[in-house]
Design a protein around this ligand. Structure first.
Ligand SMILES: C[S@@+](CC[C@H](N)C(=O)[O-])C[C@H]1O[C@@H](n2cnc3c(N)ncnc32)[C@H](O)[C@@H]1O
Length: 246
């Protein structure tokens, strides 16, 4: 399935596509904007129609798996290499190998990378990853020497992906189902929340952590947060991540 979006609406459309296809989508530059392509089933087709009101379906071309794998590029951040199982980690980096399944978080999204970059600079201690998706940030935290690490998400497939990826990376995580908007979250020294601005604000009100690394919103969003002092902001491709403390 693909949709063509004019350049002026591309940023908003990308944000919607991330919500619809957390496992990733492809972006092809077109003369007047971008074409956003998702390899999906009839359910995905329906979701695309519902959100954008238009989309065109085509049979998946031969060799799409190779193309899809090519689309997922490994990243290096904070001394870690974050890649997929079919890629070879370099000998000089600590590998975090992520098979996202249908959960968000290959490591390639700017917000994920920014969170790892900020986390790597913090003093080691216990961590709670709120909205863990594939588990990429929780696993990165464990590999960076943080512990114990707890990963929470409201979505069961995300929790399954996190457990699977933790095993594959040989790290020990406590994985729990929690809704960050309504449940009490686990305590810890540091919380990482790569979610939405609304969820970051709800989480901050729980005041359970000395340091909160937050992302999932655009650089145009304010760097102030209820209950916390702003310490640092990092930005990439229009996205922001912040370190807050209290
Ligand atoms: C943008 S993804 C982040 C995934 C991963 N932590 C990363 O940085 O790549 C956001 C995650 O938050 C989860 N989420 C959304 N709303 C939530 C809520 N109310 N409570 C807990 N998790 C939530 C989603 O299921 C998704 O896995």
């Amino acid at each position: 399935m693909s949709i063509e979006i004019p350049a002026a609406r591309a940023e908003e459309a990308r944000a919607r596509m991330i919500e619809l296809f957390p496992e990733g989508f492809e972006e092809i530059e077109r003369p007047d904007g971008v074409e956003l392509v998702a390899y999906t089933d009839p359910g995905g087709e329906e979701r695309l129609w519902t959100v954008f009101g238009h989309a065109s379906a085509s049979d998946v071309p031969e060799g799409w798996e190779a193309r899809w794998r090519e689309f997922h590029r490994p990243v290096r951040v904070g001394g870690l290499w974050i890649g997929q199982p079919w890629q070879e980690p370099p000998p000089d980096a600590i590998p975090v190998v992520i098979d996202p399944g249908r959960a968000f978080g290959t490591g390639a999204h700017p917000t994920t990378r920014l969170c790892v970059e900020l986390l790597a600079k913090l003093p080691r201690g216990s961590v709670v990853d709120i909205g863990c998706g594939s588990g990429v940030l929780a696993i990165a935290a464990a590999k960076l020497g943080f512990g114990p690490v707890t990963a929470v998400d409201s979505d069961e497939p995300a929790l399954e992906a996190t457990r699977r990826n933790a095993d594959a990376n040989d790290v020990s995580l406590s994985v729990r189902r929690r809704d960050a908007l309504s449940d009490e979250l686990p305590d810890g020294d540091v919380a990482i929340a790569n979610v939405t601005r609304e969820i970051v604000e709800a989480v901050a009100r729980q005041k359970r952590w000395r340091i909160l690394v937050a992302s999932g919103y655009l650089a145009s969003e304010p760097s102030e947060l209820v209950e916390y002092r702003h310490r640092e902001r990092a930005e990439e491709s229009g996205w922001a991540a912040d370190v807050f403390e209290r």
